[in-house]
Write a protein that binds this ligand. Structure first.
Ligand code: PHE
Length: 457
């Protein structure tokens, strides 16, 4: 394998993998899920799912990718030639592409909100401390309609994000993905810590901290467990072919066990910091009776918080920059799944593969974006195209791919593959191997299947 298709440094590969894992899932989906599912009890379940199931399943994907040294389809082909397992790889590529189609639209919104924060449009007509709260709220709700639910504006920003994404991907693994992640990931942590300091110093911030960190166990229901598992898998980028693809770029001496724990803990840290930013802020300004669902949380409630602080445009620009960084390092990783497949399977040049991924993406993401402005026309099974893709990938495709990877690595892969990968061909001591194998063989497939079934009940 040519050296420019490997990550160049340990820090770089961690930054790129954490960049993939830390995305809108941690920053936006996590606080919304936490609120819907009763606060701290959800956090606890999420941590358990992350460590008990997430880390082993991540190791299964890493092992598959590094042993196969190929894209998500090619890895199965290389390890089990002539067997239909490569179909699981094909399904992961499909999953990744479907997710990319709607995720890039949200990434476009963040670019738009960043632009509007800097240019002053977002806070126009709002006077700090003067404009009544109810009026501020309805202004932001109206702006969300204008910025997201009109046909051309959001489309323009989505195409902007697609162009940025394509530009980075053309530069390749080391020069594009790795170099960018090395700069952006530290920036992301700095912004998070600054915002955390600001909200924790607000009056009555401790109320929010209590809500987020003091579990009320009576709130745990089967639904909470399902949501926590779904959130853990989504936030670790499992079941999307990403970790298989990235692991193929890991050098032979990368310690997979350590890498998976580091990535999971950093992803958890971002989610926790986000909770410590949002809950104290909404409690402090009495906004906690508003639903913190999806888009409203990020595009209405948080701007309201910023409007209550001195220098609203500054905090808002910092926050949307944070969101943009998180989204960008994730969209790159998920687009790389298809780019790698086209390069390895069809021998395309990187630049041709990027074009082949980008052009249809413009079309499909346009459909997703427009499904907000013409929701009655652009529907699939009674939902907007956007919501349909979101639901079907999270509830069906990701779990199916994850089960297939676990069953393959646990039972059907060449003998000793997992042990060799965890121990770097016997050079490392891998005390957790039996536990990881047990989880991959029995616990993970059964639990994921149960969650899928419960989801339909
Ligand atoms: N873990 C990512 C996130 O939280 C999942 C993801 C990766 C989604 C790449 C889309 C693209 O956002």
């Amino acid at each position: 394998m040519a050296s420019n298709t490997e990550f160049g440094s340990k820090i770089g590969l961690i930054a790129a993998t954490v960049g993939s894992a830390v995305g809108l899932g941690n920053i936006w989906r996590f606080p919304a899920e936490t609120q819907t599912n009763g606060g701290a009890a959800f956090l606890l379940l999420y941590v358990l799912c992350l460590l008990i199931l997430g880390v082993p399943v991540m190791l299964a994907e890493f092992s598959l990718g590094r042993a196969g040294r190929s894209d998500a389809v090619g890895a199965f082909r290389a390890l089990s030639p002539g067997k239909p397992w490569y179909l699981a790889g094909a399904m992961s590529v499909l999953t990744s592409y479907l997710i990319l189609c709607f995720y890039i639209v949200v990434a476009g919104w963040t670019l738009e909100y960043l632009w509007e924060s800097i240019s002053g449009g977002l806070f126009a007509g709002i006077e700090h401390g003067v404009t009544p709260l109810a009026e501020v709220r309805s202004l932001f709700a109206a702006r969300m309609d204008e910025y997201i639910c009109t046909p051309w504006r959001p489309l323009l920003f989505t195409f902007g994000m697609i162009a940025i994404n394509a530009g980075i991907l053309v530069c390749g693994v080391q020069k594009g993905i790795e170099n960018l992640s090395n700069v952006l990931m530290p920036l992301l942590f700095v912004i998070l810590v600054v915002l955390c300091f600001i909200t924790l110093s607000l009056p009555d911030a401790s109320e929010g901290v209590k809500y987020f960190l003091n579990p009320d166990f009576s709130k745990i229901t089967p639904r909470t467990v399902i949501s926590a598992l779904g959130q853990a898998f989504f936030s670790l980028s499992l079941g999307m072919g990403i970790l298989i693809t990235y692991a193929a770029y890991y050098p032979a001496d990368t310690r997979l066990g350590r890498t998976s724990v580091t990535v999971s803990l950093l992803s958890l840290l971002v989610a926790v910091l986000m909770g410590l930013i949002i809950f104290p802020a909404v409690k402090s300004f009495g906004l906690d009776n508003e639903p913190l669902e999806g888009a409203t949380l990020v595009f209405v409630t948080l701007p309201e918080v910023f409007a209550n602080l001195p220098y609203p445009a500054l905090w808002s620009a910092l926050f949307f920059l944070l969101l943009l960084v998180a989204a960008l390092t994730s969209t790159i990783s998920i687009a790389e799944v298809s780019v790698a497949m086209l390069r390895d399977r069809l021998n395309m040049r990187r630049s041709t593969a990027v074009i082949a991924v980008t052009v249809p993406l413009m079309l499909f993401s346009a459909v997703c974006s427009l499904s907000f402005s013409v929701p009655d026309t652009l529907q699939l099974f009674g939902q907007t195209v956007f919501n349909f893709l979101d639901t079907v990938t999270t509830n069906v495709f990701i779990p199916l791919v994850s089960i297939a990877v676990c069953v393959y690595i646990g039972w059907f892969a060449p003998k000793g593959l997992l042990r060799r990968q965890l121990s770097n061909d016997g050079r490392l001591h891998s005390p957790f191997y039996p536990v990881v194998l047990f989880v991959i063989r029995y616990v993970a497939p059964v639990l994921i299947a149960l969650v899928m079934i419960f989801n339909y009940l």
